[in-house]
Design a protein around this ligand. Structure first.
Ligand code: FES
Length: 106
């Protein structure tokens, strides 16, 4: 398990223990965190799971691969630490991860 903090655009925080092996998107959807939709179910084809990774954690996520980068081009407001949360696999190393949700997914 790893504790993930999801911060909604409004500032509301959700501290959730997510099973390792799941994705950050699954952790949000399973716990009804508003602001992460995950429409494609995690196959990197919808970009409705955009999160902004806390700067201190960004390097630990490993960075996006090429197909994720292509999908990130579709998000309304891209930031230097933007990721698609379905591509963030929860590991023990990500225990304490903090992500902020964008104002809108689409
Ligand atoms: Fe569709 Fe992440 S859930 S790209």
């Amino acid at each position: 398990m790893a504790k993930i903090t999801y911060i909604e655009h409004s500032g509301t925080e959700h501290n959730i223990e997510v099973e390792t092996g799941k994705t950050v998107m699954q952790g949000a959807v399973d716990n009804f965190v508003e602001g992460i939709i995950g429409e494609c179910g995690g196959c990197c084809s919808c970009a409705t799971c955009h999160v902004i990774v806390d700067e201190a954690w960004y390097s630990k996520t490993g960075g996006p691969n090429e197909s994720e980068l292509e999908m990130l081009d579709a998000v309304p407001v891209l930031t230097p630490t933007s990721r698609l949360s379905c591509q963030l696999k929860v590991t023990e190393e990500l225990d304490g991860l903090v992500v902020t949700l964008p104002e809108e997914q689409f």
